[in-house]
Design a protein around this ligand. Structure first.
Ligand SMILES: Cc1cc2nc3c(=O)[nH]c(=O)nc-3n(C[C@H](O)[C@H](O)[C@H](O)COP(=O)(O)OP(=O)(O)OC[C@H]3O[C@@H](n4cnc5c(N)ncnc54)[C@H](O)[C@@H]3O)c2cc1C
Ligand code: FES
Length: 281
């Protein structure tokens, strides 16, 4: 259980791992996530399911190395096991036939939007996907997204590939061209999800975003993942992680995400010091 069957680097600092877990693979649905703990004393980290194979009992995760825990995860090799993988958690994405939908993925949001786009296409929607990255070398999963979309638009901030600009520029262009859009789904950095929500707000296009507050238990018990949506407190792990993007209090979310920056930096420095000459992926 939880053996790493495959590990692949998708881009600088972004890794895909395939983990053996029959139970989760059998139950997983688009939009859901797992909470993993590498060993007894490790912290818990929530990661979205990029894909799942119920027949072979395998789940896929794509993660960005941002701090101590994701660095430690990246040090594991094929054949190693992860102590706990809990899930599938969170409410699955509401998938039905809406008409024309736009699926937007920014950075490591792209692997997260992939099963959503696939599910929406399988349900008969016309799927327009927009994926973006800072530059060409950080762009991931283009082929996979092409395979599950009727149209794919690619943006890079620096113009090194696709359309120069942000995913919101491509979205605005579609709206300005008069494309009728029934629903937008966006996953990526908080600032990106806020910008997407502001782009669609004047047009009243329903927009779903997947929130990423700090989480601990992932089961609605600890209260750490609370977010404000439509003036009400919600727990992202059990009420979400998907919410109506026009109702999210993004300022509060950003503030809460930055609460432990000092401790996270210290923890990474300690880890790197303890690793000197010893830890290799
Ligand atoms: C529902 C959900 C799904 C996610 N899916 C993915 C994914 O598919 N791929 C991916 O790369 N990342 C994903 N994340 C973010 C991922 O959990 C964090 O990047 C990770 O926990 C960072 O841990 P760290 O110790 O390496 O970094 P740290 O140095 O501890 O933190 C770096 C930043 O990561 C965030 N973070 C830290 N701890 C947590 C935590 N327990 N919960 C949430 N955010 C945290 C904070 O914003 C923090 O500033 C998801 C987060 C949530 C809530
Ligand atoms: S992570 Fe504990 S309540 Fe959501």
């Amino acid at each position: 259980m939880n053996e790493i069957l495959e590990k692949k680097s998708l881009a600088q600092g972004i890794t895909l791992i395939k983990i053996k877990n029959e139970l989760i693979a059998r139950k997983a649905l688009p939009g859901q996530f797992v909470v993993i703990r590498l060993k007894e004393e490790s912290e818990r980290i929530p990661l979205t399911l990029q894909d799942y194979d119920p027949q072979r009992g395998i789940i896929n995760i794509v993660f960005q190395i941002v701090g101590k825990s994701t660095k430690e995860l990246d040090l594991l090799k094929e054949g190693d096991t992860i102590m706990d993988v809990v899930g599938p958690l969170g409410k699955p994405t509401e998938i039905e036939k809406f008409g024309t939908v736009v699926c937007i993925g920014g950075g490591v949001g792209t692997p997260e939007i992939y099963p959503v786009a696939r599910g929406l296409r399988e349900s008969g929607n016309y799927v327009v996907s927009i994926i973006g990255a800072r530059s060409r070398d950080l762009l991931i999963m283009e082929e996979e997204m092409k395979a599950v979309s009727d149209e794919l638009h690619v943006t890079t901030d620096d113009g090194s590939y696709g359309r120069k600009g942000f995913v919101t520029d491509a979205l605005k262009e579609l709206i300005d061209k008069g494309k009728k859009i029934d629903r937008v789904f966006a996953v990526g950095p908080v600032v990106m999800m806020r910008a997407v929500s502001e782009t669609t707000r004047p047009y009243k296009i329903k927009t779903l975003v997947s929130l990423n507050p700090i989480m601990l238990d992932g089961t609605g018990m600890c209260g750490v993942c609370r977010v404000e949506v439509g003036g009400e407190t919600k727990f992202a792990c059990v009420d979400g992680p998907e919410f109506d993007g026009h109702l999210v209090n993004y300022d509060l979310l950003l503030k809460r995400l930055n609460t432990y920056l000092k401790q996270e930096k210290e923890s990474m420095e300690l880890f790197e010091r303890s690793c000197k000459g010893g830890c290799h992926g």
